[in-house]
Design a protein around this ligand. Structure first.
Ligand code: CTP
Ligand code: CA
Length: 225
């Protein structure tokens, strides 16, 4: 099995990685967001570059500096993330969706700051669905043999929910994390199971996000060759 240490096994390959979490604006100063730090996506980008790949990193609201030797596209919302992924995908051997995409966005954007009024209850926030980027790229496969990978954070029935989600999304691999209040978000470490559409199950022991990233690229590499 070709590992990162063994040489540049992704040389000549182009991979697209999304990282971070989308923010859906309510008004010029407020948004609906999530707690994704982007660290797992950056680890995927760094390790792919170290293994010889050309890497496009689509970063949603991550505070980190651009990794060396990686093309970084910065986005804010789910709609912008979708545009950036669809633009990069036709040329990609693999697309890894590590970003946390907001499922919903506010139906209305207030161009001026929303103000409270004395004695009045606040207006409810009406939400609409965002596009499912992973399902769309997995269904359309911009390129023959392209490997599509998703990430899922689950709190209960992790494996059963992961299997159902893998099928629903139509991706080749789904990295399933068990999360809780103090686990995964913003942390340097991760623990996961990688489920394959071929029925495979690869447990990833608790360890640095780089180690999980290497295993993801091993599994992607197997499917590319
Ligand atoms: N994803 C996406 N577009 C969305 C939502 C999710 O591309 N609108 C991607 C994420 O980047 C991730 C995968 O789908 O790789 C799984 O995300 P998850 O939130 O677990 O899936 P959902 O289908 O939104 O399911 P849930 O209702 O459990 O949130
Ligand atoms: Ca979701």
């Amino acid at each position: 099995l070709a590992r990162g240490a063994a040489g540049p096994d992704l040389a000549g390959r182009h991979v697209v990685v999304s990282a971070g979490g989308t923010r859906e604006p309510l008004d010029p100063v407020r948004f609906l967001g999530n707690r994704s730090s982007g660290k797992q996506g950056y680890a995927l980008a760094r390790t792919a570059a170290a293994r010889g790949a050309r890497v496009t990193l689509i970063a949603a609201n991550t505070g980190m500096p651009d990794p060396a030797g990686v093309d970084v596209v910065r986005v804010g919302t789910a709609v912008q993330l979708r545009e950036a992924v669809l633009k990069a995908a036709p040329d990609a051997d693999a697309v890894v969706m590590a970003a946390a995409v907001a499922d919903f966005r506010p139906a209305q954007y207030a161009t001026g700051k929303i103000k409270k009024k004395d004695g009045e209850e606040p207006e409810p926030i009406v939400l609409v669905r965002n596009p499912d980027i992973l399902a769309e790229i997995a269904k359309d496969r911009a390129r023959e043999g392209q490997v599509v990978v998703g990430f899922a954070a689950e709190t209960d029935d992790v494996l059963a929910n992961g299997r159902t989600k893998l099928r629903r999304k139509g991706c080749d691999l789904l990295v399933v994390n068990e999360v809780g209040e103090s686990r995964t978000f913003g942390s340097e470490e991760n623990e996961a199971v990688v489920l394959g559409a071929d029925g495979s199950e690869t447990p990833v022991p608790h360890g640095p996000k780089e180690a999980l990233a290497e295993i993801v690229w091993d599994l992607v590499g197997q499917r590319l060759s």
